[in-house]
Design a protein around this ligand. Structure first.
Ligand code: HEC
Length: 163
C-alpha cells in the first residue's frame, strides 16, 4: 500500500510524505477507539477483581508470624523459634500450636512433658508460661514463670503464630 515516492494507490493524489503524517494519526485514533479502550476496560475489571481479593490478602498478612514480643527475650535464651532451627536447652517452639506437650522431634523431654497431657492451645500456653510447674507438674523447664498476664498472653499469641 505504502509508497515512499510517488502517489497514493488509493487516492492517486497525495504522496508518501503526506502518508507518513496521516498513518500515525489514524493508528492513534484506532488505538483509542479499540485497543486502548479495551485496555482500560480490562484494567477496570482487574482492579475490581483485585479489590475483591484484598480482604483475603489482608487476612493472609494477618496470619503471618507476629513480631517477637520483647518479653520473649527470656524464653529466647533457651528456645529457638525458626522453622528447622535446632533444639537447644529447650525445644524449638516453631509450630507447636495445637500439638501435645513433648512432641517436638529430637528433644529429650522429661517424662512429665512426654506424657502429652497438655495441648498447646492459647489457654494452656498462657497457664504454662505463668506457672510451668503447676501446669505440667514435674516439668524440667528451669523457669519459675512470668507474673505478668499481659506478657504471657502476648508470648502465647506469638508462639501460636509461628507456623
Ligand atoms: C532456662 C531455659 C528455659 C527458659 C528460660 C524457658 N524454657 Fe521453655 N523449656 C525449657 C526446657 C528444658 C523445656 C523442656 C521441659 C521438659 O521436658 O519438661 C521447655 C519446654 C517448653 C515448652 C513445651 C514445648 C513442647 O513442645 O512440649 C514450651 C511451650 C515452652 N518451654 C515455652 C517457654 C516460654 C514461652 C518461655 C518464656 C516465657 C520459656 N519456655 C522459657 C527451657 C526453658
Amino acid at each position: 500500500m505504502r509508497r515512499e515516492n510517488g502517489t497514493c494507490p488509493s487516492c492517486g493524489v497525495h504522496t508518501g510524505a503526506i502518508e507518513n503524517i496521516l498513518i500515525p494519526r489514524v493508528a492513534a485514533n484506532f488505538a483509542v477507539t479499540s485497543g486502548f479502550g479495551r485496555g482500560i476496560r480490562v484494567m477496570i475489571k482487574r482492579f475490581a477483581i483485585l479489590s475483591m481479593l484484598m480482604p483475603f490478602a489482608a487476612s493472609a498478612a494477618w496470619a503471618a508470624p507476629l513480631p517477637k514480643p520483647a518479653s520473649f527475650g527470656i524464653c529466647g535464651a533457651c528456645h529457638k523459634v525458626d522453622k528447622g532451627a535446632p533444639n537447644t536447652i529447650g525445644p524449638n517452639l516453631f509450630g507447636i500450636g495445637g500439638t501435645k506437650s513433648g512432641e517436638v522431634p529430637g528433644f529429650a523431654f522429661s517424662p512429665a512433658m512426654k506424657k502429652g497431657s497438655v495441648v498447646w492451645n492459647k489457654a494452656n500456653l498462657v497457664k504454662f508460661i505463668m506457672e510451668p510447674q503447676k501446669t505440667v507438674p514435674g516439668t524440667r523447664m528451669p523457669f519459675a514463670g512470668l507474673k505478668n498476664a499481659e506478657s504471657a498472653n502476648a508470648i502465647a499469641d506469638y508462639i501460636l503464630s509461628l507456623k
